[in-house]
Design a protein around this ligand. Structure first.
Ligand SMILES: *Cc1c(COP(=O)(O)O)cnc(C)c1O
Length: 501
């Protein structure tokens, strides 16, 4: 299958699209068309395990990958999850279900794609016959960083550099990254927020001179952010898997539409749901759930995407994002896949931090989306009430999604069954969750974990509880203007170390 950048550049294979990550024109790769999955294939998926379901969906897009190799890669990736199931469904009541995407190695949904991406990249390197090493640049709002580090640590011929907002991630998220062991891992804090980190990283991809310098040092650039097709495609699979699980447990008849509620940041996760719908998955509404950084709520209401606004640091830090990169892929779909349209909008955006799309186009072409947002109080209330009602402990990001769901069912008389996408384990945010649940604040993260375990009887994942025993290795913090030079100096140092050996 061929891929096209949202700004026009064509590329011939999925392998090449995954290797490059971001197109040189600054756009994001999308498949030239959406393969279709019909009811019969959904029926057959009932018999498959998660890895098999994922490889089936992926094989429709990654047509230059051998199907048996894909199966093997998925099997290896998802063996790293509890029960080899990356997306178990938990029934809440007759109408609502949670899809728990955080049973992987780093306890966040990013693992679903990032356990697999290293295999896809290694395969693509071989099939594309590159002689360069791969440099993975990552900007993280908290969870992508650790999931990418876990996935790429000590992968041969690969260097990974993660940039995170120094004061914009949870203590546990930061510790997870700072303690990562591996010869090829680099973790660097930025004085700024996620948008600063992402913009600085994207700038490197877009600047031919820097790309050339990196190439001359023996590396070709790629990305582990959801701007990379290889990161997004695996996320489409779990929307199918959720549907198949509801069919096979007789919660719905095959063909009946369902709703999804997705907590959003960079717009990757909910975009994957939209792509699943485009492939034929019966989806009614896609609820977009934002925190106080409610730029997407405004966009879907008014057509105006305006980043000239206050940035809030919230208890759901992985959603503290004003520049949602993947929205560009949705804009591409709703503007008749016309790259010149997108190029125009994005150059306006680069100049003014603002663009506008006629609101009737959003209504007509993206009517399945409904956007909600909740402030800190409402999010806390959702977390508290959900535990009170169901003895189920949400993380603050999933609580934003639950708040959106509560708003939706209060407003709309919709009998459609709904799957709420649960994106992180609550123990990644122990102080805030404990505070909401017990109204007591514990400053020390590990004491908060123990108190939360005592209060709820729900055990913390070992990988988080044991972080206190690990030594902090990565402590660098730089300004956003230094990102490019930092990348180059890391590569220089590697090459120098090799020469002196
Ligand atoms: C990344 C993240 C999100 C936002 O997902 P996007 O794909 O960036 O929209 C939501 N919740 C958690 C816990 C995350 O780590």
């Amino acid at each position: 299958m061929e891929y096209i950048s949202t700004r026009g550049e064509k590329i011939l294979s999925s392998g090449a699209a995954i290797l490059k990550g971001l197109a040189s024109d600054g756009g994001l790769y999308v498949p030239v068309s959406f393969p279709q999955i019909d009811a019969l294939e959904i029926e057959k998926m009932c018999e498959l395990d998660y890895a098999e379901r994922a490889s089936l969906i992926l094989s429709k897009f990654l047509t230059d990958f051998d199907i048996f190799d894909l199966k093997e890669m998925c099997a290896k990736a998802y063996a790293k999850f509890e029960n080899a199931d990356a997306a178990p469904i938990v029934k809440v009541d007759d109408d609502a279900f949670l899809m728990e995407l955080w049973h992987g190695p780093t306890s966040a949904f990013k693992d679903v794609a990032l356990t697999l991406l290293p295999y896809l990249l290694t395969y693509a390197r071989q099939s594309e016959g590159t002689n360069k090493k791969t440099l993975i640049l990552v900007a993280t709002s908290g969870d992508t960083g650790k999931a990418a580090l876990e996935g790429f640590a000590d992968v041969p011929d690969t260097e990974i550099i993660v940039f995170y907002p120094s004061d914009g991630v949870s203590e546990m998220q930061k510790l997870q990254m700072q303690t990562t062991v591996g010869k090829n891992v680099n973790v660097i804090g930025i004085n700024g927020n996620f948008d600063d980190a992402q913009t600085a990283v994207k700038q490197i991809f877009k600047d031919p001179a820097t790309v050339e310098q990196i190439e001359s040092l023996g590396y070709s650039l790629s990305s582990a952010n959801s701007i990379n097709w290889g990161r997004l495609a695996p996320q489409i699979a779990y929307y199918f898997s959720a549907y198949v699980d509801l069919v096979s447990s007789n919660e719905i008849k095959n063909g009946t539409p369902i709703n999804f509620v997705v907590p959003v940041g960079n717009f990757g996760n909910v975009l994957a749901a939209y792509y699943a719908k485009k492939m034929g998955l019966p989806v009614n509404k896609l609820l977009i759930a934002s925190n106080s950084n409610n730029i997407l709520t405004d966009f879907f209401k008014t057509g105006i995407y305006d980043t000239n606004r206050k940035f809030f640091k919230t208890i759901s830090p992985s959603m503290d994002i004003l520049i949602s990169s993947n929205l560009e892929r949705l804009l591409f779909e709703i503007s008749n896949r016309d790259p010149s349209n997108i190029t125009k909008l994005m150059s306006e955006f680069d100049m003014y931090g603002l663009y506008e799309v006629p609101v009737n186009i959003i209504d007509e072409e993206a009517g399945e989306f409904i956007a909600y947002w909740s402030d800190e109080d409402e999010t806390s209330e959702a977390l508290y009430n959900f535990y009170d009602m169901f003895e189920y402990l949400l993380d603050p990001h999933t609580a934003v999604a639950v708040a959106a769901y509560f708003n939706y069912i209060a407003e709309e008389d919709d009998p459609t069954k709904t799957v709420i996408v649960s994106t992180a384990n609550p123990y990644k945010f122990p102080q805030d969750v404990l505070n909401i649940l017990t109204r007591r604040y514990e400053k020390d993260a590990f004491k908060a974990i123990r108190k939360l375990e005592l209060a709820t009887g729900i055990p913390a994942p070992d990988t988080i509880a044991e972080l206190s025993d690990l030594s902090v290795i990565h402590t660098d913090v730089i300004n956003k203007s230094e990102v490019k030079n930092k990348v180059l100096s890391i590569l220089h140092n590697i090459n120098n170390a090799k020469e002196s050996n």
